[in-house]
Design a protein around this ligand. Structure first.
Ligand SMILES: Cc1cc2nc3c(=O)[nH]c(=O)nc-3n(C[C@H](O)[C@H](O)[C@H](O)COP(=O)(O)OP(=O)(O)OC[C@H]3O[C@@H](n4cnc5c(N)ncnc54)[C@H](O)[C@@H]3O)c2cc1C
Length: 311
């Protein structure tokens, strides 16, 4: 993996650097290439544009690691506003939402689990009423168990709730087996956080091998795999495993991030695949942007240019 990955992921959690970088307007080139805007209107507009191009969407109201229950409530309200606006625009057949439990209170001491569960339940209910679904994003490994417990609780009332599993974790192949049951929506990604060797594969090759093992489990299983990667090799392997398992298009989907390999998103959709684009929006784009830079350090040049041109 790149030498810059770990320092960039450490910076993703640095409050001081965040304060400096967050003064960049969202319109600054590098931010804008990954985040279409700050408010509900921007999110709905970006969704409509993607849907016009035969893509589906999952929307993330940016924010994470909140320790403040008012802020968690604001995040819930933002999702409710978004779901209302998507429904009013007739977009909920094609657009769902992705939620980070740490943005709705998971990290609040003592009560975090309970607060996040109730908040997620409120969002799931609103999504159900609007005719769409929620997927729970997965964060660093210290939250995996708690997030899967919350998922199990939510699925009792909202079985359509999607899970995310990260191939870089040693445990994930087993988690895939446990979640590959009928009706279970599972997004498989490589994983975006800085994780210790005790819990996660460290080399790109080992992560990729794990991703393929997990794909085999999910595509042979009874659930609905959501294959989240921009890696051309993983896309090719997933397509061939899908046909080997007799899966028709529409019984699984590809997912990619807004602004990353957009031409490949359109190519797959034109070839008849279901493709969903993950669209983050809001003012709290700092941690998200730093994880994207860690995946692609060559974008740092553009980022530094944005900072210099601002000052
Ligand atoms: C829909 C979706 C949802 C996700 N949800 C989560 C989640 O809940 N939890 C989590 O930990 N991670 C999540 N991720 C991030 C994921 O874990 C990876 O960090 C990220 O997708 C990069 O891995 P990759 O599979 O694309 O492969 P890589 O090997 O990293 O990249 C393959 C190719 O993709 C392109 N590419 C990758 N990243 C970038 C970039 N930032 N800018 C430009 N080009 C790039 C390059 O061409 C690169 O060669 C999600 C990813 C997607 C697509």
């Amino acid at each position: 993996m790149s030498l810059l990955r770990q320092p960039l992921l450490l910076l993703a959690r640095s409050g001081r650097v965040k304060d400096l970088v967050s003064t960049l307007p969202v319109s600054a080139g590098i931010v804008r290439s990954y985040v279409p805007g700050e408010d509900t209107e921007d999110a709905v507009r970006a969704t409509a544009d993607l849907v016009d191009e035969h893509l589906r969407v999952t929307l993330d109201y940016l924010g994470e690691d909140t320790l403040d229950s008012d802020q968690a409530d604001n995040t819930v309200q933002a999702y409710l506003d978004l779901l209302g606006a998507l429904s009013a625009s007739g977009l909920t057949r094609h657009a769902e939402v992705s939620v980070k439990l740490s943005a709705v209170g998971q990290a609040i001491p003592q009560q975090g689990h309970k607060i996040a569960l109730e908040n997620a339940r409120t969002i799931c209910r609103a999504a159900r009423n609007a005719g769409t679904t929620v997927t729970l994003d997965m964060e660093d490994h210290t939250t995996t168990d708690a997030t899967l417990v919350t998922l199990r609780e939510l699925r009792k009332d909202f079985p359509e709730t999607g899970a995310v599993l990260q191939a870089y974790l040693h445990r994930t192949e087993a988690d895939c087996r446990a979640l590959a049951y009928e009706g279970s929506r599972v997004r498989l990604c490589k994983g975006a956080y800085d994780e210790p060797a005790e819990f996660a594969f460290q080399s790109r090759l080992d992560v990729d091998k794990s991703y393929v093992r997990c794909l085999k489990v999910l595509l042979a299983g009874q659930g609905y795999p959501m294959i989240a990667t921009h890696d051309p090799r993983m896309v090719r392997i997933a397509s061939s495993l899908a046909s080997r398992n007799g899966r028709a298009a529409g019984s699984y989907e590809f997912q990619m991030l807004y602004g990353i390999r957009p031409e490949e998103q359109r190519r797959l959709a034109a070839a008849g695949e279901s493709v969903r684009v993950y669209v983050p929006y809001g003012t709290e784009w700092y941690g998200y942007l730093m994880r994207r830079l860690a995946e692609r350090p060559r974008n740092l040049t553009f980022f530094v240019r944005s900072l210099i041109s601002k000052s």
